[in-house]
Design a protein around this ligand. Structure first.
Ligand SMILES: Nc1ncnc2c1ncn2[C@@H]1O[C@H](COP(=O)(O)OP(=O)(O)OP(=O)(O)O)[C@@H](O)[C@H]1O
Length: 107
């Protein structure tokens, strides 16, 4: 059973996950005096967020550069093809294959 299955079982919910991933340079720091919070900023972060928001439920979408690194490390990635990414135009994106990918007959 996956951790998500366990959370759903214990909370009587049917949460699903959609993940976006990118890598690159970021600016990082703590902001706020009353309630200091660590955060990261920059184009790398914005594109990572877009990989999530224009992704597919149950899958992990990554940028082409990130896919190349993951494939070199032995992960299997499937090219999604040209994908419209708000604010960035059309980028070639990939899905990282996982044992939890929906089967082709799943709706
Ligand atoms: N540190 C962060 N943590 C999580 N999400 C972030 C972070 N920084 C940026 N984002 C998200 O990345 C996305 C892209 O940022 P960008 O500034 O390009 O978009 P925007 O046009 O301001 O926002 P919108 O998504 O409303 O169009 C935004 O949805 C933003 O919320």
């Amino acid at each position: 059973m996956t951790i998500l299955d366990q959370i759903n079982k214990e909370s009587f919910q049917r949460f699903k996950l959609r993940v976006g991933l990118n890598h690159g340079a970021v600016i990082a720091g703590v902001v706020g005096a009353q309630k200091p919070q660590y955060d990261i900023w920059g184009n790398t972060v914005n594109v990572a967020s877009r990989m999530d928001s224009c992704g597919v439920m149950g899958r992990m979408q990554v940028t082409e550069d990130t896919a190349k690194i993951l494939m070199k490390a032995g992960y299997e990635c499937e090219c999604r093809g040209p994908t419209f990414v708000k604010g960035k135009g059309t980028l070639t994106t990939y899905f990282v294959r996982t044992p939890f990918d929906p089967r082709p007959d799943d709706k």
